[in-house]
Design a protein around this ligand. Structure first.
Ligand SMILES: [Zn+2]
Length: 130
């Protein structure tokens, strides 16, 4: 029975619809996921890190910082850090929130988040296979 695998995890539920990056991070569903700071999608990465609570931890110093500090640490300045912080190097946090906002209910958002996470796991798995 495949459901046994998840038996120890509490059921995942969103407290409400996600409308901001802060709310996205507050779900905890992206805890410890890889991020990179880049000027725009496809460009060479400037800084790697991971999501840590509502903040970002750089991989070079293991230091937890805000989005604006993470950006400064990458040697950049902008007014839209969340457009440049890319989850898994794929999509900016802002783009993910915009996508989630286009969905109707918190349940649909949760399903979409789990789908994103699964796609990433699949990508990682196929990458690891060579
Ligand atoms: Zn650092």
């Amino acid at each position: 029975d495949a459901s046994n695998e998840l038996a120890n995890d509490p059921p995942i539920q969103l407290l409400g619809r996600i409308t901001t990056v802060k709310e996205l991070l507050a779900t905890g569903l992206f805890q410890n996921e890889e991020i990179i700071y880049t000027q725009k999608s496809g460009e060479r990465k400037k800084l790697e890190g991971r999501i840590d609570g509502l903040f970002y931890r750089c991989s070079c110093h293991n230091e937890v910082m805000s989005a604006s500090k993470f950006e400064k640490h990458a040697g950049c300045t902008s007014h839209n850090q969340n457009d440049r912080i890319m989850l898994w190097g794929e999509q900016s946090l802002h783009a993910i929130v915009a996508y989630l906002k286009s969905l109707g209910s918190a349940e649909e958002q949760l399903a979409a988040i789990l789908e994103l996470k699964k796609k990433n796991e699949d990508r990682k798995a196929s990458r690891d296979q060579g």
